[in-house]
Write a protein that binds this ligand. Structure first.
Ligand code: FES
Length: 182
């Protein structure tokens, strides 16, 4: 009987000890988080940087078959007004044969407008093919001169060392001739 009482008592004190340990640990964790937060927060972008996190671009002066480069968050963004042939090329590929399979429809809001982050997914060079007269590579899209990656008219990697398609940034059409990137 006395033993049982002793057992119950030690179980209870064990539970209390567990609780105290947990409570101390939790308080410590909260304290540490509060102490660290100002340092972490100071590394987040400042308000003036956040104000630059979106860029608006006008499309009305980009003729069909032309492309422009705008800067967004310190990176080039390519905006290409695709011709019917380029759209057709992009849509008629067998997606399963691509190194980074993605249908063209998943990469555009409107087929005639292709918007891409202009940074090669290999080692970060800026591919050629936006300005007229530049080498567009073997697939009529972009060619990265650093190590020879070829991108197609949907900005998808087709040949060369780059592992992924050119990224599509988030963007919205503000009206028929303006987009906001970011
Ligand atoms: S950085 Fe573009 S192919 Fe290497």
């Amino acid at each position: 009987m006395a033993e049982m009482a002793h057992g119950a008592h030690s179980e209870e004190s064990g539970t209390r000890r567990d609780f105290l340990t947990l409570a101390t640990a939790a308080t410590g964790a909260v304290g540490a988080a509060c102490a660290i937060w100002p340092f972490v927060d100071s590394m987040n972008p400042a308000a003036d940087t956040l104000a630059l996190s979106t860029t608006e671009a006008a499309l009305d002066n980009i003729a069909e078959g032309m492309a422009v480069k705008v800067m967004w968050r310190g990176k080039p963004v390519f905006i290409r007004h695709r011709t019917a042939d380029e759209i057709n090329e992009a849509q008629s590929v067998d997606v399963a044969t691509l190194p980074d399979p993605e249908p063209d429809s998943a990469r555009v809001e409107k087929p005639e407008w292709l918007v891409l982050v202009g940074v090669c997914t290999h080692l970060g060079c800026i591919p050629l093919g936006t300005s007229s007269g530049e080498n567009k590579g073997d697939f009529d899209g972009w060619f990265c001169p650093c190590h020879g990656s070829h991108y197609d008219t949907s900005g998808r990697i087709r040949k060369g060392p780059a592992p992924r398609n050119l990224a599509v940034p988030t963007y919205t059409f503000l009206d028929d001739t303006h987009i906001r990137i970011g």
